[in-house]
Ligand binder design. Structure first.
Ligand SMILES: Cc1cc2nc3c(=O)[nH]c(=O)nc-3n(C[C@H](O)[C@H](O)[C@H](O)COP(=O)(O)OP(=O)(O)OC[C@H]3O[C@@H](n4cnc5c(N)ncnc54)[C@H](O)[C@@H]3O)c2cc1C
Length: 405
């Protein structure tokens, strides 16, 4: 694995800068698994991301809520052993991208994995809410939660409920409210998970406003459709959507890239897509929900197919498998459904946080091997001055940290 960082330098109008081998757009779960597969095949690979670090998304709720250290939220691409470029992609074409500054990059093959963005409805004051999608979001939220006496989380799905769990475990003094238009917590998962999560969090003092929509976000909090106002820091956890249509004239289904059975973007001979950005389907043709486990599997298989294309070998049909959900609710409690097994009752609820950690460590292994695991071991950040400096930068000035590199 190389530790070098490079920058593209051609401008729009001159010819594109050529990237040797593969270009992976987006260094999230899908992108780094694609990059790892390409590296293992011996192909040269460059990761291009708008930030200089990987956001470890499945740990962000714990970091933002205060049950995990800030360093758990990210690792730089350099630390993880990838050659990386910093740049924001505006346009995507076959094995070619145009960055916001006009730079054009062209590779022999490309894997695009730019993820998803928060779904933001057209509500008065929506710009006042805080999202949770990146390490920078988590660092900002962590600081704000520390200063708040009350937090209003809009969305009782997996992100909102894990955040409510972490805050209520780490900050018993903070009043947490969860609002959702649905009548149920974790409505897209099995009923026992939602019921147990609600009971557990209510026991920690979390208040639920279910069956209610937000009418507006005010200077001090939210106003519900019932007329009730709740003061507090407002966090938007209302779901995510693909925005692949914003990258040019690409084939898109519901905001996600249309791909063939080999994960190649329809109509683009040298470009693969994976993760939240791509419309992955199961064998029955049903769309998979956006998830880290699908991003990991699809990213890896897209990277393997990109390597095969480079080597002029036949591509393999992708095989993706959604095994279930494991949620960490802080305080060493959680809920899970894995195939026919449901863990959502007192005592067995001790298992999901351990499973969540095991899955996170497996994911880390997949993107950076032993070095990545070492980066996340307890106390590693305090012992690593560079990581500590970046953590402090992220917490004090997240924008500056994300723009550097
Ligand atoms: C708080 C939270 C908790 C979650 N917990 C779980 C969980 O426990 N289990 C689970 O299965 N799923 C979970 N998910 C969902 C899961 O994290 C996502 O499905 C997964 O991250 C998708 O991976 P990805 O690689 O497609 O996208 P991402 O991980 O979002 O990576 C996309 C990358 O692309 C980069 N990028 C985006 N746009 C551009 C651009 N224009 N130019 C350059 N780079 C760009 C981003 O900086 C980012 O690094 C959670 C999501 C959230 C928000």
């Amino acid at each position: 694995m190389t530790r070098r960082s490079t920058t593209g330098n051609s401008r729009n109008g001159s010819g594109p800068s050529r990237i040797d081998g593969a270009l992976v757009v987006g260094g999230g779960y899908a992108g780094l698994h694609a990059a790892a597969a390409l590296q293992q095949s011996g192909a040269p690979v460059t990761v291009l991301d708008s930030r200089p670090h990987h956001s470890f998304v499945t740990r962000l709720a714990s970091v933002a809520g205060g049950t995990a250290p800030l360093g758990d939220a990210f690792a730089t691409f350099d630390e993880l052993g990838y050659r990386a470029l910093s740049g924001h992609v505006d346009m995507i074409d076959d094995r070619e991208v145009i960055l916001a500054d006009g730079t054009r990059l062209q590779a022999e093959v490309m894997v695009v994995t730019a993820g998803a963005v928060p779904t933001l409805p057209d509500l008065p004051g929506i710009e006042r809410t805080m999202p949770l999608r990146t390490a920078v979001d988590a660092a900002r939220l962590r600081v704000e939660v520390d200063r708040s006496h009350s937090v209003v989380i809009v969305g009782a799905g997996a992100t909102g409920i894990q955040l409510a769990g972490a805050i209520s475990a780490a900050h018993p003094e903070v009043r947490v409210h969860v609002v959702d238009r649905d009548e149920r917590v974790l409505a897209s998962l099995g009923r026992p998970l939602g019921d147990h999560a609600e009971q557990l969090l209510a026991g920690r003092g979390v208040g639920f406003e279910l069956g209610h929509e937000i009418d507006r976000v005010t200077d001090t909090g939210v106003q519900l459709d019932s007329g009730r106002t709740i003061d507090g820091l407002v966090v938007w956890a209302g779901g995510f959507e693909g925005r692949a249509d914003s990258f040019g004239a690409l084939p898109v289904d519901n905001g996600r890239l249309v791909i063939d059975e080999n994960l190649r973007v329809d109509g683009l001979a040298h470009t693969f897509a994976a993760g939240d950005m791509a419309a992955h389907h199961d064998d029955a043709g049903e769309p998979f929900a956006m998830s880290a486990q699908i991003a990991v599997q699809a990213g890896r298989q897209a990277g393997e197919n990109a390597a095969r294309l480079l080597a002029d070998e036949p591509l393999h049909r992708a095989r993706l498998n959604h095994r279930g959900w494991v949620l960490d609710l802080g305080g060493n409690r959680g809920v899970a459904e894995i195939g026919p097994i449901t863990l959502a009752a007192p005592v067995v609820d001790l298992l999901p946080p351990l499973l969540h950690l095991a899955i996170d460590l497996k994911t880390l292994w997949g993107i950076g091997g032993a070095e990545a695991i070492r980066r996340f071991r307890p106390g590693a950040h305090a012992a690593d001055p560079e990581a500590l400096t970046e953590s402090q930068q992220l917490s004090s000035d997240p924008e500056a940290a994300s723009a550097s590199g």
